[in-house]
Design a protein around this ligand. Sequence first.
Ligand SMILES: [Zn+2]
Ligand SMILES: [Zn+2]
Length: 287
Amino acid sequence: MDVTEWIMANEKSLRSSIFFGMLIIMGLWEVISPRRTRVLTRLLRWTNNLALLVLNIVIARWVFPLAAVGVAAYVESNSLGLMNVYEIPFAVAIILSVIALDFVIYLQHVLVHAVPILWRLHRVHHADPDIDVTTGLRFHPIEIVLSLLIKFAAILVLGAPVIAVVIFEILLNAGAMFNHANVRLPLWLDKLLRWVIVTPDMHRIHHSVEDEEANSNFGFNLTWWDRLFGTYTVEPRHGHGGMKIGIHHYNVPKQVSWLHGILILPFRKKIGGYTINRRNWVESNED
Ligand SMILES: [Zn+2]
Ligand SMILES: [Zn+2]
């Protein structure tokens, strides 16, 4: 049995063991070597962020029982999409598909910052007053459904092989848990990894309350897109210890950390603050 067959045969158990493995490893790393001091308790944030994750899994399965892998299987059996138009070696098709899907996720991330109504949904991810491994799993259910639709469209157009979709989803999940973690990495290692992989220090800048910092570092796995499209920020203005995480004016735990508050967050308040067209930094004394 070759590697791809083995991955396909063990897909579900592989996914869940990588998820729980990452949760335990990053959670312990956060205890042993945290990068920042927490604002809220771990108990409050973890229970609510993980409850939201469970809700999202239930909703996603209910709305799209076949999931991304199902779409990829349909594409494969009908020889649809770009990868099937050209005679591409299988290994190359896998690598190209994974890279292309990562690019689509980058574009989608820019989009949810740029379009005010989408920013309402994506605010849920940013309103977390702390950033740690569970922030990487915290998205509004409507944003989850929307991103699944975008992913399905990308798989259809690309003709991504099923195995590429499985690899990509595992990488995205593990990558999000890694780059949201409140962990300290040796600076030389952070710098080295950043040539390819989004590190916790790099993605944390995207969770800054400051407009132009939040409107940078959109990448989830590969750092290339931010470098290529000029959305890369190397360091936060106030340093990793001094920078504020979250959204200005969003700091009441019931509204930003409790599950019911998180779920109604997109429908609250007028849309102010930072959609992508506001990239000038104005010092704000308010929270
Ligand atoms: Zn974002
Ligand atoms: Zn994030």
